[in-house]
Write a protein that binds this ligand. Structure first.
Ligand SMILES: [Zn+2]
Length: 265
């Protein structure tokens, strides 16, 4: 007697997903979610991938905010920015805010940050150390080499503190790791003295850059608690990597929150 076939598992759009006790959800998408960047793949595909992703997250279509990322240290306040809408059918331009980090003062806006080798950093700030049920300050940052050097993470932490965060935890998502991210010798020499945490060596013995070590150092110095997480886009084919496979796509770091329960009457 033959056994009945085992149904194939549905591939998850999430490479990693976690929820905190206070109703905040954090995730990084996998290649199964498809390319999410308008500047990389066919526009129609990107819009359908974004819609499917929002459905998987359980958030209203069109509520997830994306940025036009430019490797800057610019932090935007999600409360001040209108939702990113799909391009009109006539192909006209849409306005997408430019910057490399989002902060939301009460966690109510679902935030996305896109990467493929740079680090996606998700942050949750508690307003009250003793009461995790109060609305959290949430943030998402794009931390590649230029952004890290320009201070994108320092600016993000400052923006969170300005909005009342007293205890901040960060999840540094997958990027090109310090054993894979090969750079020219001159670049390493330039950073070795000013940013020693960036200096690394590839597993094959050449000059390399360790974005994660640098990000960890910056966040620790800013008093942020680091949640354990690892992952390398060059080694893991379930993530998009610009260096390994240029032009294939961008994945996203996501942070969103359950709507707060209405006050008891
Ligand atoms: Zn690696």
């Amino acid at each position: 007697m033959s056994l009945p076939p085992v149904p194939a598992a549905t591939p998850s759009p999430f490479w990693w997903r976690q929820s905190t006790g206070d109703g905040v959800h954090l995730a990084f998408t996998s290649v199964e979610a498809g390319n999410l960047a308008r500047h990389v793949g066919p526009q129609h595909d990107v819009e359908s991938h974004r819609l499917r992703l929002q459905e998987a997250m359980g958030v209203p279509a069109g509520s997830l905010r994306f940025l036009d990322q430019v490797h800057s240290a610019q932090v935007l306040d999600a409360d001040d920015v209108a939702p990113t809408v799909a391009p009109p059918p006539d192909g006209g331009a849409t306005t997408v805010p430019t910057g490399d980090a989002w902060v939301c003062s009460d966690g109510s806006v679902p935030l996305a940050i896109m990467v493929a080798d740079c680090l996606p950093v998700l942050l949750v700030g508690q307003r009250d150390r003793d009461d995790p049920r109060t609305a959290a300050v949430t943030a998402a940052a794009h931390a590649g080499r230029p952004g890290l050097l320009a201070g994108v993470l320092e600016n993000t932490v400052t923006a969170m503190r300005d909005r009342g965060a007293v205890a901040i935890t960060a999840w540094i998502g997958p990027g090109a790791c310090g054993s894979c991210y090969e750079i020219p010798d001159e670049m390493l020499a330039e950073y070795a003295t000013v940013r020693p945490a960036l200096a690394s060596t590839t597993s094959w013995g050449t000059s390399a850059m360790d974005l994660r070590a640098e990000a960890e150092q910056v966040l620790a110095q800013a008093g942020v608690t680091l949640a354990p997480l690892a992952g390398c886009t060059l080694e893991d084919a379930s993530l998009f990597s610009h260096r390994r496979a240029p032009g294939q796509g961008r994945f996203a770091g996501l942070i969103w929150m359950d709507p707060l329960a209405p006050p008891h009457r």
